[in-house]
Design a protein around this ligand. Structure first.
Ligand code: GRF
Length: 210
């Protein structure tokens, strides 16, 4: 069984969705850079070992990332899952976990990298918005896309209502992606992810307004 380490900084709702979905993996640990991350309590309630490594007190990003990597590697994980881990990662850290670190971002990448994605999608008048699970590369919120889910943007949406609608999809998409990794259904070809699924519907589409 593949071993997974999840990194969080806050509420950890994606982490919880993944734990609840019970993909065929061993959850080795949940690690937070913030001692007061609510998700730590949730992880403990699921019986998962937790660890905290505060980024404060380190001289540089590289020094913190090196210590974090040491902590992570102590659990010998096959996959690192970033679930609301609010840190920019150094180049060396990303390279060390190339092909085995994934992230969820609340937009349909490559649109809206960075922060405030929901407000920006509303400002641009997007009719569809969503979330993306991707392998992590050196460029922030870039990297080979594993899966995406789209939701409609409604006329009276606020960033809050839109974010809540996207989050429902995040909680479905991310556990699935972890399961695919666990089942060896993901492969990288020319920098693109192939997902091997038993059935796909090539006529499926999401259109809004319909
Ligand atoms: C989510 O919106 C996720 O897309 C982004 O950070 C947020 C984390 O939320 N990367 P949670 O901690 O999983 O509830």
């Amino acid at each position: 069984m593949k071993k997974v380490v999840i990194l969080i900084s806050g509420r950890g709702s994606n982490m919880e969705a993944i734990l609840r979905a019970q993909p065929p993996v061993e959850f080795a640990a949940v690690i937070s850079n913030k001692a007061d991350a609510a998700g730590l309590e949730t992880a403990r309630a699921h019986g998962i070992p937790t660890a905290v490594l505060s980024h404060k007190g380190f001289d540089s990003r590289e020094a913190f990332d090196a210590e974090l990597a040491r902590l992570i590697d102590g659990y010998t994980p096959d996959l690192i899952v970033l679930a609301g881990f609010m840190r920019i990662l150094s180049e060396g850290f990303v390279r060390h976990y190339e092909g085995r670190m994934i992230n969820i971002h609340p937009s349909l990448l490559p649109a809206f990298t960075g922060l405030n994605t929901h407000a920006r999608a509303i400002d641009e008048g997007c009719k569809l918005h969503g979330c993306t699970v991707h392998f992590v590369t050196g460029e922030l919120d870039h990297g080979p896309i594993i899966a995406q889910a789209a939701v409609p943007v409604l006329n009276d949406d606020t960033p809050e209502t839109l974010s809540a609608r996207v989050l429902v999809q995040e909680h479905r998409l991310y556990p699935e992606a972890v399961r695919w990794f666990a089942e060896d259904r993901l492969s990288l070809l020319d920098g693109k992810v192939r997902v091997r699924l038993d059935t796909v519907d090539p006529s499926a589409s999401l259109r809004f307004p319909a």
